[in-house]
Design a protein around this ligand. Structure first.
Ligand code: NAD
Ligand code: GLY
Length: 362
């Protein structure tokens, strides 16, 4: 097992990465916990629910299971209330703990429930998608969506542990693996050019879930994310670079309706648009834009953005949390491995959106 440490003002905790880790979850439950609420969805629960309940019950504590509906379109107030109903009906107290078993949707919404139930109870992330293992379970961003914007209601709230079982990826659809790889590649692009090159050379091994390659990809991604959030937990500066591709990506997700494109797919395509904008405004060489396009294609994510219409793109992007005083800001690349957060001339942005419109109609 490898352990990556996260150290933020809001909490310090280990990320355990190991094959078969879900059977050892009892090790992440503090002794003074009074009861455990296992939050999952029917898809993940049907495959891993019983095993995880058994592992948690081996602590000798009461375990209650709360099922929430599967899907990004359910990451909302209604589902959050299902969790609160379950916690209250089962009379869970302030020393109860929540365990989030699932992808980023279960993790984000369970984390927000843990942050607000009785003003905060402890929780453990057990991410079961690649995207959740390399990104959403680490760093304490918790949230639900609002019809007017993605992840607009939430809190920074750190888990007490993240437990990553690399074996669970075996049951994940290939499309979800591709979406998770977009976030893996992102770390190379923003902060670690050697890791980006390694990703370029190991795409097929990662897509095939070769144990050594996928474990290294997860571990390195967690190390890089832990490094960033340990310096800037609440995104006052550096952490914003983790949002490469997200301003375009979030517009794609909400413009098409949550769930139509996977989050990682939208981010992957958005990274190409961010690279195009970087070429126009930051001097990123065109050959590097093509490297970004090629890797997004090779990991199996879409490379052609949808034609949302210029006005709609701009409206949707303005809802981005990086917007300050109505001024859009983007994470762009000065080089592969060097990110910056900047405002751009509107003409350059319009050109990238016009590229999107013409690509969509080829
Ligand atoms: P998801 O949670 O919707 O999971 C994808 C699908 O895979 C679901 O149907 C799920 O039930 C299923 N699934 C999960 N694990 C499985 C397994 N092992 N085997 C079979 N099926 C499995 O999607 P996601 O990509 O994991 O997460 C996307 C969400 O994460 C978005 O809401 C996004 O906003 C959020 N996110 C949050 C952060 C953060 O920092 N908090 C970062 C990135 C993304
Ligand atoms: N996924 C972006 C962040 O955690 O900040």
């Amino acid at each position: 097992m490898s352990i990556v440490r996260v150290d933020t003002p809001g909490g310090a905790y280990p990320i355990h990465v190991a094959a078969g880790r879900i059977d050892a979850l009892a090790q992440s439950i503090p002794a003074d916990v009074t009861a455990i609420a296992l939050v999952t969805n029917p898809t993940v629960g049907a495959i891993y629910g019983e095993r995880v309940e058994k592992a948690l019950a081996s602590t000798g504590k009461r375990v209650v299971r709360i099922d929430i509906p599967d899907g990004e379109e359910h990451k909302d107030w209604h589902t959050l209330n299902i969790i609160f109903d379950g916690l209250l009906r089962n009379k869970l107290d302030r020393k109860a703990m929540l365990v989030a078993l699932g992808g980023g949707v279960v993790g984000d919404i369970s984390g927000y429930a843990a942050a607000s139930y009785m003003r905060g109870i402890r929780f453990v992330q057990v991410p079961t998608t690649l995207l959740a293992q390399v990104d959403s379970s680490v760093g304490g961003k918790t949230a639900i969506n609002h019809p007017l914007g993605k992840n607009m209601i939430g809190a920074f709230y750190q888990p007490v542990a993240v437990d990553i079982d690399t074996d669970v990826l075996a049951t994940l659809p290939a499309r979800e693996i591709s979406a998770g790889l977009a976030e893996v590649v992102k770390y190379g692009l923003i902060i670690d050019p050697e890791f980006f090159t390694w990703c370029e050379q190991n795409i097929q091994a990662m897509r095939a879930l070769d144990a050594q390659a996928i474990t290294y990809a997860i571990q390195r991604s967690c190390e890089l994310k832990a490094y960033v959030v340990s310096q800037d937990e609440r995104e006052t500066g550096l952490r914003a670079i983790l949002n490469l591709g997200h301003t375009f990506g979030h517009a794609i997700e909400s413009g098409l309706g949550y769930g139509k494109w996977l989050h990682g797919e939208a981010v992957g395509c958005g990274m190409i648009q961010a690279a195009e904008l970087s070429a126009l405004t930051q001097g990123l060489p065109q050959s590097d834009v093509e490297r970004v396009r090629a890797i997004v294609q090779n990991i199996g994510c879409p490379v052609t953005p949808p034609d949302l219409g210029m006005q709609r793109w701009l409206e949707l992007m303005k809802v981005d949390k990086k917007t300050e005083g109505g001024q859009l800001r983007f994470v762009l690349l000065k080089a592969i491995g060097t990110a910056c957060v900047v405002s751009v001339p509107s003409q350059a942005l319009k050109q990238v959106l016009e590229n999107a419109a013409s690509a969509a109609h080829v």
